[in-house]
Write a protein that binds this ligand. Structure first.
Ligand code: LRH
Ligand code: MN
Ligand code: MN
Length: 431
């Protein structure tokens, strides 16, 4: 397997940290053993964790006010893949990349496939983009895409989604994520029911083009860019549409796409109960679709979501496999550092959720012992599983401390000289 970072540098970094890690790991192991938990099993579980990287997340993001480009940003999809390979090499938690078209459209998909397979990367769900007009596009999406009044606009948006399926198929993807910003900015702008009817008609045409082993993920979002009424604003609408479309249509939960304080873990439980939970876009937020690093604002919420997923796994077994993807915008940090830390934060919640004593929890629930039920969750959440995560990385050949190791390699400085900035680079996570 080819590596972007010299393997010797990672080994040298790990050698310096291994002794302290062994001591921390042994200490945590005995705490967990007293609770009847086997640290080795947890470490093996951590090693199975995987979350997809958003290709658009490796470029510096921005807001609608400004973008402050970072040094050595990737200028095309091959350079994005190179950065993703670094993230995976140092974390061994991000083996796939989620592409966004047309941002990641390449004239040489064979080179993408070759680079990916040489670096142990695969391609996750592909994302369509009908929330922006592209150069040389005949119709505008100013007044909607899949829901537009004009048939020609809807046809163009459907054709783009079908092209995304073809592009993804050539790379080995197995799913299409559809997020549309369609909606109204003013009351009366459009007929609320009519817009959803048109959306469903368009989605039916896309659904028909799905290969047999593909899923379609419907991503809802409360608002933005439609500030009065977004057509697919909530999980209820998403669920109803997924049901209308058929078994290959599922719902995708982007954590930032809800009103503040929404109980997202309950949405997860509802969608799972009715067989429509397809996957996640992980990120964190304080106000809206902030696209902040996962676990940076509300790590307890992330833990509670994984606690629901652990409950589903207990009920449904391994058959239940929602897609895990990161969807973040990095405006003031090095995107590689943010994505490595975020993948580890999601992995942390995954491992912490395995610490919940589910038998004890259901007994407390049964007996209405509210305090001990809540404390059962809190005990798992408060346990610092960092040594487990670090040991899982060390055993998988990744870095014990990925950010420190990455900084020591000087990768970004090297890219700053190899990748002089390109004006107007697209797909940089501005949305
Ligand atoms: C919309 C969204 C969606 C897009 C991405 C760039 O806010 O979350 O997933 O594809 O941002
Ligand atoms: Mn998203
Ligand atoms: Mn978003």
């Amino acid at each position: 397997m080819d590596k972007v970072i010299d393997h010797g540098q990672v080994a040298e970094h790990n050698a310096k940290l291994q002794q302290n890690l062994d001591a921390d790991y042994a200490a945590l192991g005995s705490i967990l053993a007293r609770r009847g938990q086997d640290i080795e099993q947890l470490t093996a579980k951590a090693q199975t964790f995987a979350v997809a990287l958003p290709s658009w997340g490796v470029g510096t993001g921005g807001t609608r006010f400004a973008r402050f480009p970072g040094k050595g940003e990737p200028r095309d999809v091959m350079e994005k893949l190179e950065d993703c390979a670094v993230i995976h090499q140092l974390t061994q938690a991000t083996p796939t990349v989620s592409l966004h078209f047309p941002w990641d459209k390449s004239s040489d998909p064979a080179a993408m496939r070759e680079f990916a397979s040489k670096h142990g990367l695969g391609f996750d769900t592909v994302n369509s983009n009908t929330f922006q007009d592209q150069a040389n596009q005949e119709q505008t999406y100013k007044f909607g895409s899949l829901t537009a009044n004009a048939k020609a606009v809807r046809e163009q948006a459907v054709a783009h989604n079908i092209e995304c399926i073809e592009l993804g198929r050539a790379l080995g993807s197995k799913g299409l994520t559809v997020w549309v910003g369609d909606g109204a900015n003013f009351p009366g702008q459009h007929n609320l029911r009519g817009a959803l009817e048109r959306y469903l008609d368009s989605m039916r045409d896309i659904y028909k083009a799905l290969p047999a082993d593909w899923l379609m993920y419907i991503e809802h979002k409360l608002f933005e860019p439609a500030f009065y009424a977004t057509t697919i604003a909530d999980w209820g609408t998403s669920y109803a549409c997924a049901n209308e479309l058929g078994p290959k249509a599922k719902c995708l939960v982007d954590l930032g796409h809800h009103a503040p304080n929404t109980n997202i873990e309950m949405i997860v439980a509802r969608l799972a109960q009715f067989g429509k939970l397809g996957g996640f876009h992980f990120n964190d937020s304080k106000y809206g679709d902030d696209d902040l690093d996962s676990g940076s604002i509300n790590p307890f919420q992330l833990f509670l979501i994984f606690n629901e997923l652990a409950d589903v796994a207990q009920r449904d077994g391994d058959a239940f496999k929602p897609s895990y993807m990161l969807d973040q915008s990095h405006n003031v940090t090095d995107p590689i550092e943010s994505l490595m830390s975020s993948a580890i934060e999601v992995q942390r919640s995954f491992v912490q959720s395995a610490l919940v004593d589910r038998k004890a929890l259901s007994a407390y629930q049964e007996n209405n012992d509210v305090l001990l039920a809540a404390q059962t969750l809190k005990q798992a959440f408060r346990t610092d599983v960092s040594p487990i995560l670090a040991m899982a990385r060390a055993r998988s050949g990744a870095a014990i401390d990925p950010v420190a190791c990455y900084r020591a390699t000087g990768y970004r400085e090297k890219q700053a000289t190899l990748r002089p900035p390109k004006a107007g680079a697209s797909g940089s996570g501005i949305v």
